[in-house]
Design a protein around this ligand. Structure first.
Ligand SMILES: [Zn+2]
Length: 339
């Protein structure tokens, strides 16, 4: 128990740094990835597809970087790693409608989101937005306050896993992850409103230059509005409303110079292949080995704050509740006298 506490402290302390270095963010993102990996889709066709899309986005970001485009935070450290092959988009097998990034080399697009996208443009807009969180170093900026708490929780899970050994590894890992979750007050709040708005702004540039239709950047958010996801913003919510995001996207598209048309390219997948990809996601979800590590990864994925909708969905709240209960059970078990 004592060793366990010491490890927790060792893992939490770096998180308190006011503004993390890229190295810290990348390392913690990598630990988090180990925990989420069981839910990552390994199907070669789907991997090739998301990587082809990602490459288009990252290539344009690199060009803009060379033109000194971006917020101050983007230029505070060397950014070469952001344009390397190590930076990857992943489809993850999850029934939650979301996408997120841990700010290092990994971005996660949930299969439910893929299935919800009507066109490749909608998917590309979300991907460009996620990459923009990396480009703007939003996770490092937030490491002292909110979003990163999830990454911290995932890193703690890995720490617990190592400590628990083979037999109890998963149980300990889950408990440690949950301790990170519940102990930190901001879990579920996600990025700040400013960071979300900035990710839309940067993402729009990457997306447009990568060849997708600028008029369609806001389509996915419009779809969510049509499905009733939008809510009036209130003081408690740090998320921008979907309506404001759609309006900003339309305004940006209308302000593009006429020669922006030269950026347009055909999508990576035509409509038929895109539809096939969505079907493939269903098949992959059904055939993925269903064990405890997948369940843990999916619970963590479900608990993550939304990057696409201003309110949490019932499954997101349920995942957080499950985690909370697991912690309480764990605490009870630890308090009980040992035989
Ligand atoms: Zn976001």
């Amino acid at each position: 128990m004592r060793r366990f506490r010491v490890s927790l402290a060792a893992l939490i302390l770096p998180l308190l740094a006011a503004c993390a270095t890229d190295r810290q963010v990348i390392e913690q993102a990598s630990s988090a990835h180990d925990q989420l990996d069981p839910a990552v889709v390994k199907d070669p066709e789907m991997v090739a597809y998301i990587q082809a899309m990602g490459t288009r986005i990252v290539d344009q970001a690199r060009e803009l970087h060379e033109q000194n485009y971006g917020p101050k935070a983007h230029f505070k450290e060397d950014a070469d790693w952001m344009f390397s092959d190590a930076v990857q988009f992943h489809f993850v097998n999850s029934k939650t409608l979301n996408a997120f990034t841990t700010g290092g080399e990994h971005m996660y697009i949930y299969t439910e989101l893929l299935k919800t996208c009507r066109t490749e443009d909608e998917l590309a807009a979300v991907m460009a937005h996620e990459y923009a969180h990396i480009y703007g170093r939003h996770v490092g900026k937030g490491m002292d306050r909110r979003y990163w708490n999830l990454g911290g929780a995932l890193a703690l899970g890995v720490g617990g896993y190592a400590l628990g050994g083979k037999k109890h590894g998963l149980e300990y890992g889950t408990a440690a992850a949950t301790l990170g979750f519940v102990g930190l007050e901001y879990i579920g709040k996600g990025f700040t409103r400013e960071d979300e708005a900035e990710a839309d702004e940067l993402g729009f540039e990457f997306y447009t230059r990568a060849g997708w239709d600028p008029q369609r950047f806001g389509d996915f958010f419009q779809q969510l509005i049509d499905k009733g996801f939008d809510v009036e913003s209130d003081a408690a919510s740090d998320h921008p409303t979907l309506r404001s995001r759609v309006a900003a996207a339309k305004a940006r598209a209308s302000k593009l110079p006429p020669d922006a048309a030269r950026y347009r390219r055909p999508p990576v997948a035509d409509a038929a292949r895109f539809a096939a990809m969505k079907q493939r996601a269903e098949l992959v979800a059904r055939t993925m080995p269903n064990d405890e590590t997948l369940e843990t990864a999916q619970t963590l994925l479900a608990a993550v704050a939304s990057c696409v909708a201003p309110t949490d969905t019932p499954d997101q709240r349920a995942a957080r509740e499950r985690i909370k209960q697991a912690v309480e059970e764990r605490e009870k078990a630890e308090a009980a006298p040992r035989p």
